[in-house]
Design a protein around this ligand. Structure first.
Ligand SMILES: [Zn+2]
Length: 376
């Protein structure tokens, strides 16, 4: 989801981002509420009034999801886990954790904080809705509040499904982890349950769609596919961390990479470096100091007729924490950094000097070999 997230606001130091899919869903949701839901539950208003209700309800749901994720994030931070940002997407939010929970209790409390917040919000909305209802008649505000109360209950219930990485799956993992004291096994079991739960949803969705539920059934299929792929990604990440355990960047890097000076032109780089060595990534070094890197990605962005006049120094990616890593860092750190930044190659430094390059494909090969060997 890199590159498709826009930062909306910052709350308590957490960046709240929105995935572009959410903008599409937001419009669709406001439309469905304005055209379908509200005209049915509350008759006799103008289309503009229904659109107003639809948009307010959509924003209310959006705020509810942010509060759910903030509850997770605040508890996570209290236990020392770093939360990079909160991203809202298709069906809810994802708090991006960079660390794993330190112990089962932390995981349990962090997991239940979100659903507890949603239930609390539901109670709040229902209470205020009761205050707004005049002698049993529903008001437009009452209809919106009732909708938000119901949606928050659904959000809490859905998230408590025992399917990792949903909140309920995290509760299951915390329980299994506390029971056997084996984090690896607990995660493996919880993600497997997540994968099965996803499959069940897909199957139910298809059955529902075929027996007349139409679009409603399709919705379950989409959710099922998401949960399955999220569970499988968690399982892969776990295997990766397991495979990379105890290994450092130094073990997997290519030493003494071929470097280029910043003053050569792109044409020169293509003829005398890229074709000659058949590499696609070169550290840029000036006066034996590492200043950046250049790859095919940067070269491609310059039109062919300007390649004889453009210097490498003008198009290189300057050295930054995103594209460098210490030689002593763990291979798992390098893997996490590559996933987080989208850079499949990192410059390896020791005491600030370039000593090598580490590639995602080398790390992936190691993960594949380790999981092949681990299979009975
Ligand atoms: Zn949650």
């Amino acid at each position: 989801m890199n590159g498709k997230n826009l930062t909306l606001i910052e709350v308590f130091g957490f960046k709240v981002k929105v995935n572009i899919t959410w903008i599409f869903i937001a419009v669709l949701l406001a439309w469905a509420l304005a055209q379908g839901y509200f005209p049915t539950v509350y008759e006799g208003l103008t289309p503009i009034a229904y659109w107003g209700m639809g948009i307010i309800a959509m924003l209310g749901l959006f705020t509810s999801i942010v509060l759910h994720e903030l509850a997770h994030s605040v508890v996570a931070r209290a236990f020392g886990m770093e939360i990079k940002s909160i991203t809202l997407w298709l069906l809810g939010g994802v708090a991006e954790m960079t660390d794993e929970p330190p112990h089962p209790t932390a995981e349990f409390l962090m997991a239940v904080a979100g659903p507890i917040m949603s239930v609390a919000l539901a109670l709040l909305f229902f209470t205020v809705a009761a205050l707004f209802s005049t002698g049993g008649d529903v008001t437009p505000i009452g209809a919106i509040l009732h909708y938000l109360g119901t949606l928050n209950l659904i959000l809490a219930a859905f998230n408590m499904a025992p399917a990792f990485p949903l909140d309920g799956g995290r509760v299951v993992r915390a329980a299994l982890w506390a029971w056997k004291g084996d984090y690896f096994w607990a995660t493996s079991m919880a993600t497997r349950m997540g994968s099965i739960f996803g499959l069940v949803l897909i199957a139910l969705g298809i059955v529902a769609a075929l027996t007349g539920a139409g679009l409603g059934g399709l919705w379950w299929v989409i959710i099922g596919i998401f949960i399955r792929s999220a569970a499988d990604a968690s399982q892969f990440r776990l295997q990766a961390v397991h495979a990379l355990k105890g290994r450092t960047v130094k073990d997997y890097m290519t030493r003494n990479p071929i470097v280029v000076p910043p003053e050569i032109t792109i044409a020169d780089l293509i003829d005398n470096w890229i074709y000659k060595h058949s590499f696609e990534f070169f550290p840029v070094v000036e006066d034996s100091k590492l200043i950046g890197s250049v790859s095919l990605r940067e070269v491609r962005q310059v039109p062919p007729d300007r390649r004889t006049s453009t210097r490498i120094g003008d198009i290189m990616l300057p050295r930054s924490p995103e594209n460098t890593i210490q030689a002593g860092a763990t291979a798992a750190d390098a893997f996490t950094k590559m996933q987080g930044t989208g850079n499949s190659l990192l410059l390896v430094t020791s005491d600030g000097n370039l000593i090598g390059v580490i590639a995602l494909k080398d790390i992936m090969k190691l993960i594949a070999i380790t999981s092949e060997l681990g299979r009975a």
